[in-house]
Design a protein around this ligand. Structure first.
Ligand code: AMP
Length: 296
Protein backbone atom coordinates (compact mmCIF):
# COMPACT_ATOMS: atom_id res chain seq x y z
CA UNK A 1 0.00 0.00 0.00
CA UNK A 2 1.34 3.45 -0.87
CA UNK A 3 1.29 6.28 1.64
CA UNK A 4 -1.34 8.94 1.00
CA UNK A 5 -0.18 12.10 -0.78
CA UNK A 6 0.64 14.83 1.75
CA UNK A 7 -1.93 17.65 1.64
CA UNK A 8 0.78 20.27 1.84
CA UNK A 9 4.57 20.41 1.97
CA UNK A 10 6.14 19.71 5.38
CA UNK A 11 7.94 22.40 7.36
CA UNK A 12 11.35 23.25 6.00
CA UNK A 13 10.51 22.34 2.42
CA UNK A 14 11.09 25.39 0.23
CA UNK A 15 10.59 28.37 2.47
CA UNK A 16 7.62 27.09 4.46
CA UNK A 17 8.01 27.20 8.25
CA UNK A 18 5.32 26.01 10.64
CA UNK A 19 6.94 26.48 14.02
CA UNK A 20 7.89 29.61 15.92
CA UNK A 21 11.31 28.36 16.99
CA UNK A 22 12.29 27.73 13.34
CA UNK A 23 11.12 31.23 12.42
CA UNK A 24 13.03 32.77 15.33
CA UNK A 25 16.26 31.00 14.30
CA UNK A 26 16.10 33.03 11.09
CA UNK A 27 14.82 36.36 12.38
CA UNK A 28 17.45 36.50 15.14
CA UNK A 29 20.22 36.07 12.58
CA UNK A 30 18.71 38.70 10.29
CA UNK A 31 18.29 41.20 13.10
CA UNK A 32 21.84 40.59 14.32
CA UNK A 33 23.08 41.48 10.84
CA UNK A 34 20.99 44.67 10.86
CA UNK A 35 18.69 43.49 8.05
CA UNK A 36 15.26 45.10 7.67
CA UNK A 37 12.44 42.56 7.97
CA UNK A 38 9.05 43.07 6.28
CA UNK A 39 5.94 41.01 7.03
CA UNK A 40 2.82 40.52 4.93
CA UNK A 41 0.08 38.95 7.09
CA UNK A 42 -2.54 37.02 5.10
CA UNK A 43 -5.13 34.29 5.44
CA UNK A 44 -4.01 32.69 2.18
CA UNK A 45 -6.00 32.06 -1.02
CA UNK A 46 -3.58 34.57 -2.44
CA UNK A 47 -4.52 36.86 -5.31
CA UNK A 48 -2.96 39.87 -7.00
CA UNK A 49 -4.05 42.11 -4.07
CA UNK A 50 -1.91 40.11 -1.66
CA UNK A 51 0.90 39.87 -4.20
CA UNK A 52 0.98 43.68 -4.52
CA UNK A 53 1.77 43.82 -0.79
CA UNK A 54 4.49 41.21 -1.25
CA UNK A 55 5.92 43.25 -4.13
CA UNK A 56 5.98 46.39 -1.95
CA UNK A 57 7.64 44.49 0.91
CA UNK A 58 10.29 42.99 -1.40
CA UNK A 59 11.08 46.45 -2.79
CA UNK A 60 11.50 47.99 0.69
CA UNK A 61 12.98 45.27 2.90
CA UNK A 62 16.05 43.02 3.07
CA UNK A 63 13.98 40.04 4.26
CA UNK A 64 10.32 39.27 3.63
CA UNK A 65 8.04 36.94 5.58
CA UNK A 66 4.56 36.16 4.25
CA UNK A 67 2.32 34.69 6.93
CA UNK A 68 -0.64 32.46 6.07
CA UNK A 69 -2.96 31.76 8.96
CA UNK A 70 -6.74 31.40 8.80
CA UNK A 71 -7.37 32.90 12.21
CA UNK A 72 -10.43 31.27 13.81
CA UNK A 73 -10.77 34.12 16.34
CA UNK A 74 -11.63 36.71 13.71
CA UNK A 75 -14.52 34.75 12.18
CA UNK A 76 -17.95 35.31 13.66
CA UNK A 77 -19.64 32.36 12.09
CA UNK A 78 -18.48 28.73 12.00
CA UNK A 79 -19.79 28.43 8.40
CA UNK A 80 -17.69 31.39 7.22
CA UNK A 81 -14.61 29.81 8.84
CA UNK A 82 -15.37 26.38 7.35
CA UNK A 83 -16.02 27.86 3.89
CA UNK A 84 -12.94 30.08 3.85
CA UNK A 85 -10.76 28.95 0.91
CA UNK A 86 -7.53 27.13 1.78
CA UNK A 87 -5.10 26.83 -1.12
CA UNK A 88 -1.66 26.45 0.42
CA UNK A 89 0.07 24.67 -2.48
CA UNK A 90 -1.17 27.23 -5.01
CA UNK A 91 -0.23 30.03 -2.59
CA UNK A 92 3.35 28.77 -2.32
CA UNK A 93 3.55 28.58 -6.14
CA UNK A 94 2.31 32.17 -6.47
CA UNK A 95 4.94 33.36 -3.99
CA UNK A 96 7.81 31.43 -5.62
CA UNK A 97 8.67 34.12 -8.22
CA UNK A 98 9.12 36.71 -5.48
CA UNK A 99 11.77 34.70 -3.66
CA UNK A 100 10.34 35.62 -0.25
CA UNK A 101 12.56 34.43 2.58
CA UNK A 102 9.91 32.60 4.59
CA UNK A 103 6.29 31.57 4.19
CA UNK A 104 5.17 31.20 7.80
CA UNK A 105 2.17 28.90 8.06
CA UNK A 106 1.99 28.40 11.81
CA UNK A 107 0.38 25.33 13.28
CA UNK A 108 -2.58 26.34 15.46
CA UNK A 109 -0.71 25.72 18.73
CA UNK A 110 2.07 28.09 17.63
CA UNK A 111 -0.44 30.94 17.68
CA UNK A 112 -2.82 29.81 20.41
CA UNK A 113 -0.93 27.54 22.82
CA UNK A 114 -2.95 25.67 25.37
CA UNK A 115 -4.18 28.06 28.07
CA UNK A 116 -4.01 31.10 25.76
CA UNK A 117 -5.86 33.85 27.63
CA UNK A 118 -4.98 37.27 26.13
CA UNK A 119 -6.90 39.58 23.82
CA UNK A 120 -5.90 42.84 22.19
CA UNK A 121 -8.91 45.13 21.98
CA UNK A 122 -8.82 48.55 20.30
CA UNK A 123 -11.69 50.78 21.41
CA UNK A 124 -13.60 53.28 19.32
CA UNK A 125 -12.40 52.48 15.80
CA UNK A 126 -13.73 48.94 16.17
CA UNK A 127 -17.24 49.93 17.23
CA UNK A 128 -18.36 51.10 13.77
CA UNK A 129 -18.62 49.70 10.22
CA UNK A 130 -17.48 46.03 10.18
CA UNK A 131 -17.03 46.15 13.96
CA UNK A 132 -20.74 46.83 14.44
CA UNK A 133 -21.70 43.91 12.19
CA UNK A 134 -19.04 41.36 13.12
CA UNK A 135 -18.81 41.21 16.93
CA UNK A 136 -15.37 40.17 18.10
CA UNK A 137 -13.86 40.29 14.61
CA UNK A 138 -11.42 43.11 15.30
CA UNK A 139 -10.39 41.74 18.70
CA UNK A 140 -9.51 38.47 16.97
CA UNK A 141 -7.71 40.29 14.17
CA UNK A 142 -5.76 42.65 16.46
CA UNK A 143 -4.75 39.77 18.74
CA UNK A 144 -3.36 37.67 15.91
CA UNK A 145 -1.65 40.63 14.25
CA UNK A 146 0.00 41.57 17.56
CA UNK A 147 1.23 37.98 17.84
CA UNK A 148 2.48 37.90 14.25
CA UNK A 149 4.32 41.19 14.77
CA UNK A 150 6.00 39.72 17.86
CA UNK A 151 6.71 36.36 16.24
CA UNK A 152 8.20 37.76 13.03
CA UNK A 153 10.13 40.60 14.74
CA UNK A 154 9.37 42.65 11.62
CA UNK A 155 10.34 46.29 11.15
CA UNK A 156 7.60 46.92 8.58
CA UNK A 157 4.19 45.39 7.99
CA UNK A 158 2.15 45.68 4.79
CA UNK A 159 -1.63 45.91 4.76
CA UNK A 160 -4.18 46.65 2.02
CA UNK A 161 -6.36 49.76 1.98
CA UNK A 162 -9.12 47.45 0.81
CA UNK A 163 -9.56 46.63 4.50
CA UNK A 164 -9.27 50.30 5.50
CA UNK A 165 -10.78 49.92 8.96
CA UNK A 166 -8.40 47.04 9.70
CA UNK A 167 -5.46 49.23 8.61
CA UNK A 168 -6.53 52.01 11.01
CA UNK A 169 -7.07 49.54 13.87
CA UNK A 170 -3.61 48.01 13.34
CA UNK A 171 -2.01 51.48 13.25
CA UNK A 172 -3.79 52.50 16.47
CA UNK A 173 -2.75 49.25 18.17
CA UNK A 174 0.89 49.65 17.12
CA UNK A 175 0.96 53.24 18.40
CA UNK A 176 -0.87 52.47 21.64
CA UNK A 177 1.28 49.46 22.50
CA UNK A 178 4.60 51.04 21.45
CA UNK A 179 5.24 48.38 18.84
CA UNK A 180 8.37 49.28 16.92
CA UNK A 181 6.92 48.56 13.52
CA UNK A 182 5.96 50.74 10.57
CA UNK A 183 2.49 49.92 9.25
CA UNK A 184 2.40 50.51 5.49
CA UNK A 185 -0.95 50.88 3.66
CA UNK A 186 -1.02 49.72 0.02
CA UNK A 187 -3.59 50.55 -2.72
CA UNK A 188 -6.62 48.35 -3.37
CA UNK A 189 -6.09 46.05 -6.36
CA UNK A 190 -9.17 45.53 -8.52
CA UNK A 191 -10.28 43.18 -11.27
CA UNK A 192 -10.60 44.70 -14.75
CA UNK A 193 -14.31 45.30 -14.11
CA UNK A 194 -13.63 47.22 -10.89
CA UNK A 195 -14.40 44.50 -8.32
CA UNK A 196 -11.99 44.76 -5.40
CA UNK A 197 -10.01 41.51 -5.27
CA UNK A 198 -10.84 39.33 -2.29
CA UNK A 199 -10.35 35.69 -1.37
CA UNK A 200 -14.11 35.55 -0.76
CA UNK A 201 -14.75 36.34 -4.46
CA UNK A 202 -13.87 32.67 -5.11
CA UNK A 203 -17.20 31.82 -3.49
CA UNK A 204 -19.29 33.85 -5.96
CA UNK A 205 -21.04 31.80 -8.63
CA UNK A 206 -20.95 33.07 -12.23
CA UNK A 207 -24.13 35.11 -11.89
CA UNK A 208 -23.11 36.71 -8.60
CA UNK A 209 -19.62 37.39 -9.96
CA UNK A 210 -21.18 39.29 -12.87
CA UNK A 211 -23.26 41.39 -10.45
CA UNK A 212 -20.53 42.03 -7.88
CA UNK A 213 -18.82 45.04 -9.58
CA UNK A 214 -21.99 47.10 -8.97
CA UNK A 215 -20.89 47.68 -5.39
CA UNK A 216 -17.75 49.52 -6.51
CA UNK A 217 -19.64 51.31 -9.28
CA UNK A 218 -22.29 52.60 -6.85
CA UNK A 219 -19.74 53.96 -4.38
CA UNK A 220 -17.71 55.55 -7.20
CA UNK A 221 -20.83 57.42 -8.39
CA UNK A 222 -21.71 58.40 -4.82
CA UNK A 223 -18.16 59.69 -4.28
CA UNK A 224 -18.41 61.86 -7.40
CA UNK A 225 -21.73 63.35 -6.19
CA UNK A 226 -20.29 63.95 -2.70
CA UNK A 227 -17.34 65.76 -4.22
CA UNK A 228 -19.85 67.98 -6.05
CA UNK A 229 -21.33 68.92 -2.66
CA UNK A 230 -24.18 66.42 -2.28
CA UNK A 231 -25.15 65.18 1.19
CA UNK A 232 -24.81 61.47 1.89
CA UNK A 233 -28.35 61.25 3.26
CA UNK A 234 -29.74 62.47 -0.08
CA UNK A 235 -27.77 59.86 -2.02
CA UNK A 236 -28.62 56.81 0.08
CA UNK A 237 -32.12 55.98 -1.26
CA UNK A 238 -30.89 55.90 -4.89
CA UNK A 239 -27.80 53.87 -3.95
CA UNK A 240 -29.83 51.29 -2.03
CA UNK A 241 -32.24 50.97 -4.96
CA UNK A 242 -29.36 50.43 -7.43
CA UNK A 243 -27.80 47.75 -5.26
CA UNK A 244 -31.13 45.96 -4.82
CA UNK A 245 -31.65 46.07 -8.60
CA UNK A 246 -28.16 44.62 -9.09
CA UNK A 247 -29.14 41.64 -6.92
CA UNK A 248 -27.61 42.59 -3.58
CA UNK A 249 -29.44 41.51 -0.44
CA UNK A 250 -28.78 43.11 2.94
CA UNK A 251 -26.59 46.20 2.96
CA UNK A 252 -24.63 46.19 6.23
CA UNK A 253 -23.48 49.76 5.72
CA UNK A 254 -22.99 52.50 3.17
CA UNK A 255 -21.33 55.32 5.04
CA UNK A 256 -19.10 58.36 4.66
CA UNK A 257 -16.49 58.67 7.38
CA UNK A 258 -13.43 60.68 8.32
CA UNK A 259 -10.49 58.67 7.02
CA UNK A 260 -8.47 58.08 10.18
CA UNK A 261 -10.89 58.59 13.10
CA UNK A 262 -13.76 56.89 11.21
CA UNK A 263 -16.22 59.49 12.57
CA UNK A 264 -19.44 59.67 10.54
CA UNK A 265 -19.82 62.53 8.04
CA UNK A 266 -22.68 63.67 5.84
CA UNK A 267 -20.55 65.92 3.62
CA UNK A 268 -17.13 65.47 2.09
CA UNK A 269 -15.07 67.88 4.16
CA UNK A 270 -11.50 67.15 5.24
CA UNK A 271 -10.18 63.64 4.58
CA UNK A 272 -13.15 61.36 3.98
CA UNK A 273 -13.78 57.91 2.57
CA UNK A 274 -16.90 56.05 1.57
CA UNK A 275 -17.36 52.55 3.00
CA UNK A 276 -19.68 49.77 1.86
CA UNK A 277 -20.46 46.21 2.94
CA UNK A 278 -23.25 44.25 1.30
CA UNK A 279 -24.36 40.68 0.80
CA UNK A 280 -24.58 38.93 -2.54
CA UNK A 281 -26.23 35.61 -1.73
CA UNK A 282 -24.20 34.24 1.17
CA UNK A 283 -21.05 36.20 0.34
CA UNK A 284 -20.35 39.47 2.10
CA UNK A 285 -18.41 41.99 0.00
CA UNK A 286 -16.69 45.12 1.31
CA UNK A 287 -15.17 48.08 -0.49
CA UNK A 288 -14.05 51.63 0.27
CA UNK A 289 -12.72 54.57 -1.71
CA UNK A 290 -11.28 58.00 -0.95
CA UNK A 291 -13.74 60.87 -1.42
CA UNK A 292 -11.94 64.01 -0.27
CA UNK A 293 -8.58 65.04 1.18
CA UNK A 294 -5.53 62.89 1.57
CA UNK A 295 -5.72 59.47 3.17
CA UNK A 296 -3.07 56.79 3.05
P1 AMP B 1 -6.66 38.60 3.92
O1 AMP B 1 -5.93 37.41 3.41
O2 AMP B 1 -7.99 38.82 3.29
O3 AMP B 1 -6.69 38.67 5.44
O4 AMP B 1 -5.81 39.86 3.47
C1 AMP B 1 -4.44 39.96 3.77
C2 AMP B 1 -3.96 41.35 3.40
O5 AMP B 1 -4.17 41.55 2.00
C3 AMP B 1 -4.72 42.46 4.12
O6 AMP B 1 -3.81 43.48 4.48
C4 AMP B 1 -5.68 42.92 3.07
O7 AMP B 1 -6.07 44.27 3.22
C5 AMP B 1 -4.84 42.77 1.81
N1 AMP B 1 -5.71 42.71 0.63
C6 AMP B 1 -6.75 41.85 0.41
N2 AMP B 1 -7.35 42.15 -0.75
C7 AMP B 1 -6.67 43.20 -1.28
C8 AMP B 1 -6.82 43.97 -2.48
N3 AMP B 1 -7.77 43.71 -3.36
N4 AMP B 1 -5.94 44.98 -2.69
C9 AMP B 1 -4.97 45.27 -1.79
N5 AMP B 1 -4.79 44.57 -0.65
C10 AMP B 1 -5.62 43.56 -0.40
Amino acid sequence: MTAPEPMSPPEGEGTILRRLDSLRDRTRTWRRRGEVIGVVPTMGALHEGHLSLVRAACADCDRVIVTIFVNPRQFNSPEDLANYPRTEIEDAAKLAPFGVDVIYVPDGDQVYPSGFASTVSVEGLTQVLCGAHRPGHFDGMATVVAKLFAQTAAHRAYFGRKDWQQLQVVRRMARDLDMEIEVVGCPTVREADGLAMSSRNLRLDAEARARAPSLGAVIRDMAAALRDGAALTDLLPGAHARLAEAGFGAIDYLELREASTLEARDHATGATRLFAAAWLGDVRLIDNIPVSGEST
